[in-house]
Ligand binder design. Sequence first.
Ligand SMILES: Cc1cc2nc3c(=O)[nH]c(=O)nc-3n(C[C@H](O)[C@H](O)[C@H](O)COP(=O)(O)OP(=O)(O)OC[C@H]3O[C@@H](n4cnc5c(N)ncnc54)[C@H](O)[C@@H]3O)c2cc1C
Length: 373
Amino acid sequence: MDFGLTAEQAALRERVETFCSAHCTEEHAAALDRASRYPVELHRALAESGLLGWCLPAAYGGAGGSPIDACIINERLGRCSSAATNLLFINGVSAALIALAGSEAQKEEYVRGVAEGRLRFAFALTEPGAGSDAAAIDGDAYVMQGTKLYTTGALDADYILTVVRTRPEGKASRGTSLLIVPRTAPGLAVAPLEKIAGNCIASCRVEYDGVRVDAGQRLGPEDGAWSILMIGAGLERLTVAASSVGLARAVLEEVTAHVTTREQFGQPVSRFQAVQHQLADIATEIDAMELLTYRAAWMAAQGMARPKEISMAKLYCSERLSEIVLRGMRLLGGGAYFTETPMPRRVREAMLALYAGGTVEIQRNTIAKSLGL
Ligand SMILES: Cc1cc2nc3c(=O)[nH]c(=O)nc-3n(C[C@H](O)[C@H](O)[C@H](O)COP(=O)(O)OP(=O)(O)OC[C@H]3O[C@@H](n4cnc5c(N)ncnc54)[C@H](O)[C@@H]3O)c2cc1C
């Protein structure tokens, strides 16, 4: 059993560290938190550094990175910038699915476009009423009718990778398809919805009113998107888990620095055992988060990805993170209530991990199913 990084993985971590020092400082994160404009500069920098396409195939402009590489990148970026991890997710996962199931022409166009930072993607699955969005075939085109919710990045995307029912009757797992829909397609309307955090990458309501896309824009087989979506869900859950580890570590560092310098009753507050025990618990929980995440990533890298281990990582990381930010806020004292400090932003950003990639209840359902329940 080997818990260390290879020389290549250590070099990648260094590379992300260098990137963060230049593009994801606390000042950048605070400015993006106040912005409602898409972070074009950050997107360009991620593409130019190679990190945006790191886990895409080398044949289409990526670096062929592994799921462990994806976790290394998301963990380090997650320490300081939820904008960076969100941006990486909406573009990287969409492109990874195209790399997995796309035609040669689709890979050349879209995967390369994302890796080079020329094309932006959003991924639309969630709906106001599950299973409502249908696409009927008309000649050699699909005609789409319905609504998607919370589609992150849709406002600024070139394409929205959209999940549709192509066989409305029967199980969704046997009648779902994926369509690569141009954001400017006639009949498509995008409206941003204000969030508690991350408004620089708008999450949107997307209306499809008779939107037509050529059959050549379908990704993978008709009615056969389910297995592709399951792989996408696994990738998303892993990256959410890894970025949660990063954010939790940022909280631990900030709190440790505070309690060792802040004095009360004639001594640093870190001398109080009650404070020490809280930090000991947080540190232990973060290590457990990290171990679950990298175990799942390691399994995926060996071709042994299983929903159980991935859901365990996502479940544990998202729940611990939401507790750690609140405990961290208390340990920082009243100063952490003020928006000029990083902590209120971290608390708001941390809550996304509870939903992204499916709620904690859905993860528990997956784990229970794997136990034969
Ligand atoms: C900021 C943000 C960005 C997002 N970006 C995107 C995006 O880019 N693309 C996209 O497609 N989606 C996106 N989502 C949607 C996100 O994936 C969903 O919100 C999440 O999967 C939950 O689905 P829902 O909102 O429909 O909740 P619901 O499914 O309606 O769930 C409501 C409650 O019921 C519980 N519940 C539902 N079903 C079960 C069950 N079977 N067993 C037990 N409990 C259950 C849930 O856990 C939850 O507590 C985003 C969400 C947020 C908050």
